[in-house]
Design a protein. Sequence first.
Length: 416
Amino acid sequence: MAFLLQILLRRISLVGLRRFFFRFFFERFRWWVFGVSFLDSSAFLLRLIHILLLRLLWVCYFSSSVFGVAVLGFGEFSLTCLFGGNRRVSVNGTASSSFRTRNSSNSAMVPPILSLALPSETGRVLSIQSHTVQGYVGNKSAVFPLQLLGYDVDPINSVQFSNHTGYPTFKGQVLNGQQLWELIEGLGANNLLYYTHLLTGYIGSVSFLNTVLEVVNKLRSINPKLTYVCDPVMGDEGKLYVPPELVSVYREEVVPVASMLTPNQFEAEQLTGFRIASETDGRDACKILHAAGPPKVVITSINVNGNLLLIGSHQKEKGQSPEQFKIVIPKIPSYFTGTGDLMTALLLGWSNKYPDSLDMAAELAVSSLQAVLQRTLNDYLTAGYDPQSSSLEIRLIQSQDGIRNPDVKFKAEKYN
């Protein structure tokens, strides 16, 4: 009997729960329990079985004393049945609208669905950027590291491609501004729009970027203390890879509402109209961006005299001189994808843990990133590949220890 019940539970469809129980028991109960057919002629016994099964189902929905069934809230329920001592078989899922409303007369039997996202001790992040099925760029580079650092992360994919665009070909879909807003409206309709952080990366159109600005306003109407971390992905090494009209939208509308900016050298030049050719230029560019709005600016990579630098700047109060620092970053003779997206996510994660010490947050972020890159390089070499022959997909999963607990090898040097 227990064996058959176990098979039954493994076949349960959450939407068709009652229908399956009724069909299974009414059609087969007489054969594998009694092994005779006298029930066909006994309306009384059939009615009795009917009543008993209805009672059993009702108890299974609401009681934890029959077959170990427990009904849980917070948008999902779980059926856990015990067989033969400690053996457990679990079926988890979310009750669909069809399951809730199929029979309005029995709707009181269905457990409630609570539109509630429990608060996160570390933070809840809405991340809007690109996504690839294979490889690690955009949200694929950002979500997992933030989760390792303790954040709840809800990703919205501005694009969904089969792979990143460095491959010979790619396929996929691009989200437009209206579709983005529909997602926000869906979250809002269920009171799920309380976020501590908003993170944005690659955005490919002006309409989508304008909708992101509406999202910023919406989230701040719910949580005025929302931290908006913006990676203004526009290009690199002197070339734009977004429409040129996005530059002015970033400069005039996005920068003023950002809490932290993480441009590379080329993007900082586009935002400031100021050419960066030295450390001093990098520091001045940060000051120009502070004057436009964000209290925290990190230019993630500056090539100066053959050296690769990160320059960070934190203006704690408007009108005050910012605290500025640099970190010398070792050059690795290879090209990696998704590193900018990963770096911004790490800066968000660590700067929230050390809100008054941007230099410490940057040390941890750089050390984590370098651990990922070194692990990636070593793995490709071990596999017999030449790391200089093509771009490398970062080994994010294999590097999670270095993300969660980085060995800080790269120290910040503060400017006087």
